[in-house]
Design a binder for this molecule. Structure first.
Ligand SMILES: *Cc1c(COP(=O)(O)O)cnc(C)c1O
Length: 792
């Protein structure tokens, strides 16, 4: 048996790792370390969290010590003069010192004196502060940023451009700015660590910039770097250090959120200017009757820079929580430097093991990306793509969905770093513009761009990242997940070979329509066929009352329990749901009150139904939503390139009809039962047509091999196989989400392009049909025509 030897192997690997990497686990023995993690992070017990670069969870002790400190002591607004106010002020000042000491390596108090900490709501706010306060002076000033920067750093260019400054980008390998004469004021922006790939430039790159451009200013985005490292300002001469450094604390200690800071070199602070706004805390004196004059804080006397930029009341309890968090981290993990070593050990292991994963044909499974050559040992973040046996990219959404149902937390997509995405996959600005024009945005589920052009490229990558509480088991779990789902052996490939079965007969076993998109289905016996699908199929939908976006079962699985029934004889649509009175709507309505709704990337004209009805849905789903009917003026088309021309659809996502077969469902069921006893039903695939055996039994997946089929007197053409997502995991009878059948499909039904497929999309071929009244009926005989077979 495979399993016991595999388990023994994990045990062995874990132990060997402990012996090989003495810096792992903060000097604790394996048992004590795992106990600590278990008690401090109970929420991680049944999952594998690999997204520390996005945010790291807080340890239990941080929350407990903060609760105790904030309840046993009185803290109050630091602008007052009471003893509670003074106590608060002391905590705040202690926190500033502690940040410089523990996160920036400034153990010497006089060295700390050269820096100031300005509290902000996060790294983005700190970057924005510099963007707004930098003395941009028309074309005499310049903002130059590293191409592979986080969007929040790129955004500074908006401020620069607004003031007429010159903006350009640079690469690590080409030192910037030499081709231009030195501007009056130049600001360079880069990240100490790339948030997408972990590549590091640290403080070294700043030194290179400053050596070459001594009068320029450097804005360092240290948010990713600081989460597991010390940005050691004591290690470089102050003139070579950055002038402004931005970070967020939740990335380092998990809690508090909403707090970050800008660390400012005191000698550079004076150039930052307040523009326009002032507020409580940042003003010394103002005129009252006319807006004639105002004297901002510290406009005359030099003093702490933070006094000029911290508008209003500081989030003082958050700052006290940060003190508790830093203290807890020190108690649990010794120091930020120990955390660094701990995660480095994990990174080395993960990088090596991922590189060793190969398909049966010896080609690699994982391609690890590098934004640029690291100047230091990289941070514990791996940006990567999965490759298929032909070394083609597997889509990142596919990976993410599978990871999600299997209890992994990872990040995929553009990772807020378009520069890395573009340089990794060779995407040009024109390409990005074209994708945007066709409705694509950086957070959607699209996996590939450039479709229909010479160059098809991924629109996202995947990222795993480690933090202070990551363990070797997290890495081992991830590796075994990849082995299970993405390493392709010959056995899986053979399953994808189409079954060649001529002249088999079948019959229509089930017919289902879905009047309201993403709600429950209505089983019917005989039904009318129109070019957009079954008559009334997906003519209505629910939209988010706030955004106008379509609601889907993927987000709101309870939608499965809403059961619409079209009764054509009575010209009504009846809608029922558990513990709700039935609704009855007329089928014949006029096209009044047309508004717009968003479906996928289309904006479509819809009509509202009525407000009382919206309340019925809102109460049932527990979120404000409205029922909309597609306007008769709407024109939508399936996104399939087909010689047959455009295929009209109503509100379905892809095509007019979806077909599956019972033998295929049974086969998936059998596969699932090899490892567990979860029961699935054909209805989770939300097909319109369910085929069953006719005179002979039908082989599974016969639908994959067919081009044309006739049901009764009507002919349908297969458009494409249906790509599956997590939606198949919603139990249509309970409205609950399960792990199957997605996990099973992902292992057994993945195409060589990495798509998880089940069932086929169809269009109606009216020209090849013979019925005078186009209807089909459960029990109708089904015949198949496979054109491919004729072509050999
Ligand atoms: C997370 C991150 C940011 C943004 O931080 P916020 O806390 O969202 O403001 C900016 N840059 C990098 C490199 C990051 O990792």
């Amino acid at each position: 048996m495979q399993r016991p030897s595999h388990v023994a192997n994990i045990e062995q690997t874990r132990l060997k790792f402990f012996l090989d990497e003495p810096d792992y686990a903060y000097g604790m023995d394996p048992k004590a370390f795992h106990e600590t993690i278990k008690t401090e992070y109970p929420s991680l017990n049944s999952t594998t969290y690999l997204d520390h670069a996005a945010s790291t969870p807080p340890p239990r002790s941080t929350l407990i010590s903060f609760a105790e400190q904030a309840t046993n002591n009185l803290y109050s607004n630091p602008h007052s003069r009471s003893s509670s106010s003074t106590a608060t002020l002391l905590e705040i000042e202690r926190c500033r010192g502690r940040i410089l000491e523990e996160l920036f390596g400034l153990t010497d108090p006089s060295a700390r004196g050269q820096w100031d900490v300005v509290f902000t709501s996060g790294a983005t706010a700190a970057l924005k502060l510099v963007g707004e306060a930098f003395p941009w002076a028309n074309s005499h000033s310049k903002y130059i940023y590293l191409k592979q920067s986080h969007t929040s750093l790129v955004g500074v260019r908006g401020c620069a451009l607004a003031h007429g400054a010159v903006v350009s980008t640079c690469n690590v390998t080409e030192m910037p700015g030499l081709e231009h004469p030195e501007a009056d004021s130049t600001l360079f922006g880069y990240a100490a660590q790339c948030n997408a790939t972990g590549s590091r430039l640290g403080l070294g790159y700043c030194q290179q910039l400053k050596e070459r451009h001594p009068t320029s200013f450097v804005l360092l985005d240290a948010s990713a770097y600081l989460s597991t490292a010390v940005l050691d300002l004591a290690s470089v001469p102050t003139e070579y250090a950055p002038d402004f450094i931005a970070c967020s604390f939740y990335k380092i200690v998990g809690y508090p959120t909403g707090l970050g800071c800008l660390v400012v070199k005191r000698t550079s602070g004076a150039i930052l200017q307040r523009n326009g706004y002032f507020g409580g805390g940042t003003i010394d004196s103002i005129s009252v009757s006319s807006p004639e004059w105002s004297r901002p804080r510290r406009s005359l006397l030099p003093g702490p820079i933070h006094e000029r930029f911290e508008d209003g009341t500081l989030p003082f309890l958050n700052i006290i929580a940060l003190n508790c968090a830093l203290e807890t981290h020190r108690r649990l993990f010794k120091s930020q430097r120990h955390i660094s070593k701990h995660v480095s050990a994990l990174l080395r292991f993960a990088t090596r093991e991922l590189a060793l994963l190969t398909h049966e044909n010896s080609r690699p499974v994982v391609k690890q990306h590098q934004a640029f050559a690291s100047l230091e040992e990289p941070g514990p973040t791996i940006g990567f793509s999965i490759l298929d046996p032909a070394s083609e990219y597997v889509g990142h959404t596919n990976l993410e969905q599978l990871a999600t149902v299997n209890g992994f937390h990872i990040r995929t997509g553009g990772l807020c770093n378009t520069g890395v995405l573009a340089s990794t996959f060779n995407i040009s600005d024109d390409d990005l513009q074209r994708e945007y024009n066709r409705g694509r945005s950086c957070w959607d589920d699209e996996e590939f761009g450039g479709i229909g052009t010479d160059y098809k490229y991924p629109l996202g990558m995947a990222r795993i990242s480690f933090g202070a509480c990551s363990t070797i088991d997290d890495v081992l779990q991830w590796l075994s997940f990849l082995r299970r789902y993405f390493v392709v052996s010959d056995k899986i490939t053979s399953l994808l070979e189409p079954v060649k079965q001529p002249s088999i007969s079948a019959s229509l076993k089930g017919l289902m329509l879905y009047p309201i998109k993403s709600c429950g289905g209505q089983p019917v016996g005989r039904w009318e066929i129109v070019s957009t699908g079954l008559r009334y199929d997906r003519e209505w939908m629910l939209v988010d009352a706030a955004t106008g976006k379509t609601l889907s079962q993927k987000r709101y699985p309870r939608m499965a329990l809403i059961r619409p029934t079209v009764v054509p004889e009575d010209r009504v649509l009846i809608i029922s749901a558990p513990q709700r009175p039935d609704l009855c709507l007329p089928l014949d309505t006029s096209d009044e009150h047309v508004t717009a709704a968003n479906i996928c990337s289309d904006v479509v004209p819809v009509t509202s139904v009525n407000i009382d009805i919206d309340e019925w849905f809102t109460a049932f789903l527990g979120m404000p939503c409205c029922l909309r009917r597609l306007s008769s003026s709407a024109r939508r088309h399936a996104h399939f390139d087909r010689a047959t021309g455009a295929v009209p659809i109503l509100l379905s996502n892809e095509s007019p009809f979806l077909l599956i077969s019972q033998p295929s469902v049974d086969q998936v069921s059998d596969w699932i039962h090899e490892s567990n006893d979860i029961e699935i039903h054909a209805d989770c695939f939300r097909a319109n047509f369910l085929l069953g055996g006719g005179t002979a039994s039908l082989p599974p997946f016969v639908e994959d091999t067919v081009d044309l089929l006739r049901i009764g007197s009507e002919t349908f053409q297969v458009l494409a196989r249906c790509r599956r997502c997590l939606m198949v995991c919603v139990d249509q009878n309970t409205g609950c989400r399960m792990k199957e059948p997605f996990s099973c499909l992902a292992r057994k039904r993945k195409s060589p392009q990495g798509k998880i497929e089940f069932g086929v999309h169809l269009m109606w071929r009216e020209d090849l049909s013979t019925g005078s009244l186009p209807t089909i009926c459960v029990g109708d005989p089904v015949t198949f025509v496979s054109l491919r077979e004729n072509n050999g």
